[in-house]
Design a binder for this molecule. Sequence first.
Ligand code: AMP
Length: 354
Amino acid sequence: MKTIGVLGAGQLGRMLALAGYPLGHRFRFFDSASDSPSSLLAEQITADYADTSALEKFADGLNVITYEFENVPVETARHLEKFVPIYPPSIALEKAQDRFIEKSFFCGLGIPTPKFTIELSKGNEISFPAVLKTRRMGYDGKGQSIVHSQAEIEAEKIENGILEEFISFDRELSIITVRNKSGETKFYPLIENHHKDGILRLSLVNGNISPDLQKQAEEYAQAVMDTLNYVGVLTIEFFEKDGRLLANEMAPRVHNSGHWSIEGSVTSQFENQVRAVTDAPLGSTNPLGVCGMVNLVGTIPDVEFILKIEGAHLHLYDKEPRAKRKLGHITFVEKDMETLQKKIDLVKEVYELF
Ligand code: AMP
């Protein structure tokens, strides 16, 4: 039995604890907001991430610390690791928090990315349309826009920005992978992701991935994990274009596109994260069927209707509905894509998916 500290007490932390309790572990959360989805599940310390005495109180008696969002200040992680081991290692936060550092890191490992530059004045080699993003703190499509001219770049008045080639991708895919302290590594199958307004709406694991593409993704993820001496779950998001993968970004944590694994895989991403950070053997990442995960964003559909759909696994995060907010998800694990599609179509009767 270990007591695991989690920085961030959102829905990812909640699902982490729900996966860790059956293994006999205990949890303690740290967040700057008190009304968090994890607060009813375990003790929570509510304070600012820069409050070192609150951090030390949080760390007292913990066996290991992990985190559920990638914008944990690096100084917070560095302070805590003086007292308790923290996984994934803080270097992973440094690499993932700044899009320029992240993409440069991918390039250094030979992982292809869309072309990018932080030289936003005239004369760069990115053609229009292009995607202008803030280097830090952007997520779910926030802090980014498509630009068609140099004048539009300047009109955005972004101080610390990165300009990327616009990729008319065939698909968006993500790989979720996990490595423990002993270096044992496992990969989930590539996941096909569909977004609306930059927010994930639907993830599919439907066998529609060639072995070559899976191998490419696994090699890239392995390179990242080996270089960072990584421990925990890592997610890399890709664009697929003409059979090739271009890395868009990585998250040193469990990921929204992996929620299907709770019911759809032998071992969920959450349980494997717990196993990895407690240096336990990893569980099988094999899928149990054709899986689909519908994200509930902004509104919650009629719960009774959803629960009447055979095989619907409904997860609600105990959050107040608000536009663009992730409030829950529904997972289906079916025998084929046709059956899965029928179930998704039923959800669409009461929920505007796209
Ligand atoms: P991000 O915040 O980088 O994950 O971007 C959010 C979403 O914007 C992605 O999931 C894509 O749908 C889209 N996007 C981001 N970067 C690009 C790009 N370089 N080319 C085309 N679409 C992009």
